[in-house]
Each structure stands twice: as structure tokens, then as C-alpha cells.
Design a protein around this ligand. Structure first.
Ligand code: ATP
Ligand code: MG
Ligand code: MG
Ligand code: MG
Length: 439
């Protein structure tokens, strides 16, 4: 992408309305724009990161055996009357009337709808287990939308729903998502800790929140500090091996970790002083097992081996990709700007032409640009006539992992400069060595 043709509305001033660093940096880097309270447009740079985050989420859901579909954002109130949640959900639900005065709503979550889909088609235990997920916009009329996309009213959620014949099967489905979540967050360069959590209005009795420690987090959390170094399962996990999955989950749940709602002071005090971590955290994912809470009232039943009909056991599994983008910035920045982990960066490389219009820098840049892209790298090529200082500041602000700088001085001695954004290390290299390094 040539910067001269891209849309990157950088703000030089720090926006006053933004209270936390990720919100400030996302506004300054031209990633998002507030359209109403808690409602954001994703500008091109932000959209690219959001897509990469969703891409990782999708790959790991698919790897774990979940199947993607897409449900609508607008739902009928009648479905929610069936489960009994229409009245319970309260003011967080955005209620809408259509032209026929029918009660509709903008979905805050999809348990009812997915249960309705399931019950319309699935009749037999032979079709189980089944896990259906989508990545779709949600609306919750939050009392206090704040911190940009960290707590917005309209936000993106990946929500998966598992269906099993019995509690034992449901436990395996839960474990699949548990392990998939560990991998998902690790691939984004984040250390998310699964903590025993309250089940809230969704209900149920087995639940973990995946929490990223951060001083600006809204949750108060308590855990053993060994969670910061536990190994994350590799891509070779066998998601069909129930015992193996249980072993992995046991390894990740035997140490103490709980959110304030579930905090057990005595259990926490039993941890040696030096290993006790009491901190603030950001909830980036949440998994629940809730048995037949929806399937029983909504009659989502299958016939079992004995031919008897029984309500299916369900779980639901949420991740907030839009919140994650902010959480990644919160965890990866310095005083100059964002430092994207490679797996989610909007472009792999920023290529800066320090003297656009100069025959030699133009030629070398065009060649590097073509070769890097041919090698599968995404490149933001700054071909504008901004001053070098401003180009460097922009590149640091938008935080691409690598900066490749081409100027007339370096070229006179046959070199370009390669800078690694995270370490700040700079090297003067021939164009060939720079390419070899990046490809
Ligand atoms: P919170 O405690 O932050 O209000 P929640 O517990 O209400 O979140 P869930 O119903 O568990 O959220 O939804 C699953 C995921 O969706 C959350 O873990 C979070 O990543 C994301 N999410 C929820 N609410 C928001 C929001 N207002 N803005 C952005 N992401 C959100
Ligand atoms: Mg909430
Ligand atoms: Mg919560
Ligand atoms: Mg939650």
C-alpha cells in the first residue's frame, strides 16, 4: 500500500477525551473514530488490525473443531421471551420496534438464536458434539462506555456455542475452547490468564474469564504468578483427545486464579507471599458451561442412544476482538507509539522513501516494495514528500514491526537502514541483505 493513496489520518495532538494510553494511541494513529458515545468507525489502519485479530480467532476456532456461521445482528424479542431473558436483560439491551410495531432488538449475545437454529435441524445424539460460532457485531447499552473500543456500546464478538448429549461431553467441548483460547491470545503476543469467574446473567456453573493483566483494567484479579510463565499448548494439540485436553486444562487451573467476584481470601493467602499477584486486568474472553438452561425451556432436544429425547447440554464462549485490539496496544507501546506484535500488525514493514522524487531513492524503493510484496510481506510504502522527521514519527506511532528507510545519503554508500521497532535496533545494510533479513 502506498501511503499517498492510503487513508491514515494521524493526529499530532493528544486527544484530551482519551483517558488511557490505548485509546489515545488508537486515535492518534488514525485507527478509529468515535461516531457517537461508545460507537466507533474503524478506519483503514484499525480495520487491518481488527481483521488480523479475527483471522487468528477464526483459525484457532476452526482448529478446535468449531464451525463458522453468521447470525444477524437484529433479533426478534419473541425468542428472548421463550428463554425468559427479554425482561431480565434490562437496559443494556437496545430494543427496537419495526414498522409493524413488532418488538425487535440489537443482539447483545446469541444463545437464544443459536438454540433456535439447533432445535430446527438437529434431532439425534449422532449429530453431536456440535460447536457453532460467528464473529458479529453486538450492541450493549453500557452504562459507562469508555476507554474507546475497550468498552464500547457496539463491539465485535466471537461467540461460539457448543451442544452435547451430556455433561461429560460438554466438559470436553468446554476444554476444547479453553485450550483454543490459550493459543489464540498467545498468538497475539498476549498472556491471558484463565480465572475462575462468575457466570453473570448468562447463568451456569462452570466458567473462566481470560484476563490480561494491565493497570488500567477494570477487573480486580488475584492469581499465582506462575501463570505468567506456564507453557501454552502448541499447534499440534489433539482436539479429539478428551483425556489429553483435560490434562492441559488441569495444568492451567490447578494454581489459584480468580476474579474479585469469585475471590477466596483463604485460598489466596495459602500462596507463598512472593508468588501472590493481586492486580488489575482486562477481560478479553469468557467461557461458560450452562447445561440445559436454554435447551430445556426452548426445547432443544435430541434423542439419545436409548431413543429417549433429552435437552442438550450447552456452553458459550466469547472473545472480544475489538476490545483485544485495544488490549494489545495497552500491552505493547512506548512513549513514541504502538509496537505491534508481528501476528497482528497492520503491515509487516514500513518502507520510507526519505526523498520522494529523487531518481535513486524512488528506484530502490520501487524495487524493494515489489520484492517484499512478492515475498508475501505486507508493506506500507511512505512515498509522500513529508519531512524525514515526520516520517519517522509516523512510523514509530503506527508501530509496524520493521522500518526500512531509504535515503540519498545511505544510497551513496550503497546502504539502506533497517530498524526493528520493538528493540529500537538499527542496522545499515545493502538492499540485498535487508531483503534477506525481511523475507
Ligand atoms: P465486561 O465484564 O467487560 O462488561 P462481559 O462479561 O459483560 O464483559 P461477556 O458477556 O462475557 O462480556 O462477552 C464476551 C466478551 O466480549 C468479553 O470477554 C469481552 O472481550 C467482550 N466484550 C463484552 N462487552 C464489551 C464491550 N462493551 N466492549 C468491547 N468488548 C466487550
Ligand atoms: Mg458487561
Ligand atoms: Mg465480565
Ligand atoms: Mg464476561
Amino acid at each position: 500500500m502506498r501511503l499517498s493513496r492510503f487513508f491514515l489520518p494521524i493526529l499530532r495532538e493528544t486527544p484530551k477525551e482519551a483517558e488511557i494510553i490505548s485509546h489515545r494511541l488508537m486515535l492518534r494513529a488514525g485507527m478509529i473514530r468515535q461516531e457517537s458515545s461508545g460507537i466507533y468507525a474503524w478506519l483503514p489502519l484499525g480495520k487491518r488490525v481488527l481483521d488480523r485479530v479475527c483471522g487468528i480467532v477464526r483459525e484457532e476456532q476452526n482448529r478446535a473443531g468449531a464451525v463458522e456461521l453468521l447470525m444477524p445482528t437484529i433479533q426478534s424479542a419473541d425468542l428472548w421471551r421463550e428463554s425468559g431473558r427479554y425482561d431480565d436483560y434490562g437496559k443494556e439491551m437496545l430494543r427496537i420496534k419495526d414498522r409493524h410495531e413488532r418488538d425487535m432488538l440489537f443482539g447483545p449475545t446469541n444463545e437464544e438464536m443459536v438454540t433456535e437454529i439447533f432445535r430446527s435441524y438437529v434431532r439425534s445424539y449422532r449429530d453431536l458434539p456440535l460447536n457453532l460460532y460467528h464473529i458479529q457485531w453486538k450492541f450493549r447499552d453500557e452504562v459507562r462506555p469508555r476507554f474507546g473500543v475497550m468498552r464500547s456500546r457496539e463491539f465485535l464478538m466471537k461467540d461460539a456455542y457448543s451442544f452435547d448429549l451430556d455433561a461429560e461431553g460438554a466438559r470436553t467441548s468446554y476444554n476444547r475452547m479453553f485450550v483454543a483460547y490459550l493459543r489464540t491470545f498467545a498468538r497475539m503476543g498476549l498472556r491471558a490468564i484463565p480465572m475462575v469467574a462468575d457466570t453473570g446473567p448468562i447463568g451456569g456453573n462452570l466458567s473462566h474469564e481470560f484476563i490480561i493483566l494491565a493497570p488500567t483494567g477494570e477487573s480486580e484479579v488475584f492469581c499465582h504468578e506462575d501463570y505468567l510463565k506456564l507453557p501454552v499448548p502448541g499447534a499440534d494439540v489433539d482436539f479429539d483427545d478428551a483425556a489429553g485436553l483435560q490434562g492441559l486444562v488441569d495444568g492451567w487451573t490447578e494454581l489459584y486464579a480468580a476474579t474479585s467476584e469469585k475471590h477466596d481470601e483463604a485460598a489466596f493467602d495459602a500462596i507463598p507471599d512472593a508468588s501472590r499477584l493481586s492486580a488489575r486486568g482486562i477481560e478479553v474472553g469468557h467461557i461458560f458451561y450452562f447445561g440445559t438452561k436454554y435447551s430445556a425451556p426452548m426445547r432443544a432436544v435430541v434423542s439419545g442412544q436409548d431413543g429417549q429425547e433429552q435437552p442438550v447440554h450447552m456452553g458459550s464462549y466469547g472473545i472480544g476482538p475489538s476490545r483485544l485490539v485495544a488490549a494489545i496496544v495497552e500491552a505493547n507501546h512506548d512513549d513514541k507509539g504502538i509496537i505491534w506484535p508481528e501476528g497482528v500488525a497492520p503491515f509487516d514493514i514500513g518502507l520510507a522513501n526519505l526523498k520522494a522524487g529523487d531518481a535513486s531513492t524512488d528506484t530502490v524503493c520501487a524495487d524493494l516494495y515489489a520484492k517484499l510484496q512478492a515475498g508475501g510481506k505486507s508493506v506500507l510504502y511512505d512515498d509522500t514528500d513529508e519531512r524525514p522527521g515526520s516520517k519517522f514519527a509516523t512510523l514509530d506511532l503506527i508501530g509496524l514491526p520493521w522500518q526500512l528507510v531509504v535515503g540519498p545519503k545511505g544510497l551513496a554508500s550503497g546502504t539502506v537502514e533497517l530498524k526493528h521497532r520493538a528493540s529500537g535496533e538499527k542496522e545499515s545494510l545493502s538492499t540485498e541483505s535487508a531483503l534477506a533479513r525481511l523475507l
